[in-house]
Design a protein around this ligand. Structure first.
Ligand code: AMP
Length: 317
């Protein structure tokens, strides 16, 4: 495995790949967990060359957010990636990506970028779209892997790929959860013990929302949002940001409960701001993610009725 830190070094990698139309790429902000590694493993199987980036992108953090304290452990990350058979890890400095004189940004517009996460964290998707486009240009991948965990990021990037005719195929893989349902996230490291227990409320709220969705299909979504909201409000350590039912592609709020739909939730628990979602696919099946079974640890995802129904990664190309 080679670890490179400059755009020039990444460029120097390309001649060796010239014959390969099979470059996979997993962009991350590091502090890797099973969610990231599920993407890396799938990408390893599906590509001849596999590149992973680790870059805590300053432009997607707001002025009062956690850029300075975002958890980092590069040596552990590199060990995990080496064990996963990654070919190249790109770990640029902020100056390498945003050198002096940098002025051009990708600005997603409309409800897709301005509502839900876009409303709570203004500028986040401008930063995400900008860095992802830059990383695509530097790495030049054919297939890129993202997690359904960040559903709005998936929708923004899918839209950017379409809008800019980018020659990449997106592979969107399910959310990986702890055994108790909490979606894995680097930010879970912020949770003290009591908050870690309380953080399960997001998953419980989504489960309750799903039941209400099924009971009220075809109706307007108020029962679903009420159920999700009430579940979170009953947990004193959680502060709800939003609990909504949206279209997974446009991110417009749904007027009636139909497929496809996305149950999205965001809440602060202690100092961690957590997001999660359940996807009700166009074919009427649910993607609620996959749970790491306690005994197996690491590599096995099991347990959920929906994960056993899961028959392979979803492709949004
Ligand atoms: P991050 O390092 O948080 O920017 O995440 C890098 C990639 O990993 C993104 O595509 C995320 O959606 C994905 N990811 C993060 N957490 C999970 C998870 N629990 N399950 C699946 N994918 C995830």
């Amino acid at each position: 495995m080679r670890v490179v830190t400059t755009v020039q070094e990444m460029d120097d990698e390309h001649p060796g790949w010239a014959s390969s139309l099979d470059v996979g790429f997993v962009p991350t902000m590091g502090y890797l967990h099973e969610g990231h590694l599920s993407l890396v493993r799938q990408a390893r199987v599906e590509n001849k060359v596999l590149v992973v980036s680790i870059f805590v992108n300053p432009t997607q953090f707001g002025p009062h957010e956690d850029l300075g304290t975002y958890p980092r452990d590069l040596s552990r990350d590199l060990r995990l990636l080496e064990e996963s058979g990654v070919d190249v890890v790109f770990t640029p400095t902020p100056e390498e990506i945003y050198p002096p004189g940098f002025v051009t940004y990708v600005e997603p517009t409309g409800p897709l970028a301005g509502q839900a996460e876009g409303a709570s964290r203004p500028g986040q998707f401008r930063g995400v779209a900008t860095v992802v486009l830059k990383l695509f240009q530097i790495v030049r991948p054919h297939q890129v892997y993202f997690g359904q965990k960040d559903a709005q990021q998936v929708a923004v990037i899918s839209r950017m790929v379409t809008d800019f005719n980018l020659p990449v195929k997106l592979r969107i893989l399910p959310t990986i959860r702890e055994a108790d349902g909490l979606a894995m996230s680097s930010r879970n490291a912020y949770l003290i013990r009591e908050d870690r227990t309380a953080a399960r409320v997001l998953y419980r709220a989504l489960q309750a929302g799903r039941m209400a969705f099924e009971a009220h299909a075809g109706e307007e979504p108020s029962e679903v949002t009420r159920t999700m909201t009430d579940t979170v409000l009953a947990e004193p350590r959680a502060r709800l940001d939003y609990a909504e039912v949206r279209d997974p592609n446009s991110f417009m709020p749904l007027e009636t409960l139909r497929a496809p739909a996305l149950l999205v939730i965001a809440a602060k628990v202690g100092s961690a701001r957590l997001i999660d979602n359940f996807l009700f696919r166009a074919d009427g099946s649910w993607d609620t993610g996959r749970t790491v079974s306690e005994e197996e640890g690491g590599n096995n995802y099991a347990g959920e009725s929906d994960s056993t129904r899961y028959t392979g990664p979803k492709v949004w190309a």
